[in-house]
Design a protein around this ligand. Sequence first.
Ligand code: ATP
Length: 491
Amino acid sequence: MPAPNIDTIVSLAKRRGFVFPSSEVYGGLGSAWDYGPLGVELCNNVKQSWWRWLVYERDDIEGIDSSIILNRLVWKYSGHEATFHDPLVDCRECKSRMRADKLEGYFPEGAESGSPSFDANARLRRGLVKCAQCGSTNLTDERYFNMMFRTTLGAAADEDDPAALAYLRPETAQGIFINFLNVQTTMRRKIPFGIAQVGKSFRNEITPGNFILRTREFEQMEMEYFVKPDAEHLKLVDEWVALYLEWFKGLGIDAENLTLHEVPENELAHYSKRTVDIMYRYFPERPEEERQWEELMGIAYRTDFDLRSHSSKPTDAEGNRVNPDSTEDLSYFDDLAKQRFYPHVIEPAAGVNRTVLAVLMDAYSEKTNDKGETRVILKLSPQLAPIKAAILPLAKNKPEIVGMAKAIKRSLQPVLRAVYDDTGGIGKLYARQDEIGTPFCVTVDHQSLEDEAVTVRDRDTWEQERIKVSDLAEHLQKRLKPYPNPAAELM
Ligand code: ATP
């Protein structure tokens, strides 16, 4: 039983220290969130799982960490300055401002859906598009709004000095493209190979919201997989979709709550020839099944668009350089085929925050104890659980028991994340650990002082087992170990 809605997770996240509304002491900042002690661990575990899966377990992917602020020309030639915008409309009735292409009725349906003569303003004027707030169809024409955050570089720079203008990156991908040759030559890579990067991206979203699903500052896990121009690109998209579905399932997400969306041609980003989105059921409470889904990640075939755009050599029909600013040619020489070409790219782009939200929603469950009380259990995959074992003394006024529990915590720490907690009665402590997804509670009692053994309690079954302290680390590691291991090398 996953969470019935996002609000359930918002309240659990705040109550238990996963995610807090940002800047609360000043009344908050719309759609900005701060990750608390457990949230930061969960995010780190998602990122580590991803990094291990792609960069360590496969042998064809390197990692990098590029700057967030890049030379402005990167965004000129990537096409973002000209085209990274969303359509914006205002409702004349309730005065809300919204992203038009997310509204009911914006895109034609059925036979008209693939129509090349799609005219959004005509649809808006015909009253086919509905305000998300009040349902009115009295909306303005759409106008485009560039979503890149602007800033100025240098202490002396004037606010609107074009020479000082820079952007916060709206995707991590461009940092990969401009480093393609650096990575390929220093690591002596041959195509096919990939470059992965995880880090913050920024988009001035028109309508952020739904907790951490859509924020203006977020984290991405992107990978650019470079292949030959004549590779089977569309099939490769399907292969990466299959791999990511396995990865998400390995994180504990039920396949029932994942679905695929083939992005229609008229909605593709400017660089994409094909995109398949993996969607998660973020809105299970909505009665219409098709409105329950939102994008978790996208897998795009970006062609050779980016490497070519950033290269110095390509020319237009008149023989003029398309990019007169670039000082490098990002082409690749294939030794075997004795051919030079711009590699084509398959890009799986996932969001850390949307993954965290999906994982939390899917792990949410409730269980009734013998007293008829309902308890929340967060059935997080052990690899993602912020804390793997909580060491709890049965009597906190007994120095020997407390000393033994603290010593056990210290001895476990080098092999797994453990905490010591004596802030309540044992029932309360168990309930708290269940609610934050800790797979094991280890209780130290009077008997432990005699028999050098402790009770290990399982989060999901509430079953208890007596284990010798000398065997404890190995025992826990074994039970934590069968991490669902997504197949790294299906391809
Ligand atoms: P959407 O259509 O939902 O705006 P997108 O298709 O523009 O998303 P991509 O450019 O494909 O998103 O970015 C890759 C991933 O980055 C998304 O699938 C999502 O997980 C994450 N992402 C993008 N925008 C945001 C955001 N504003 N807040 C949180 N995560 C985001």
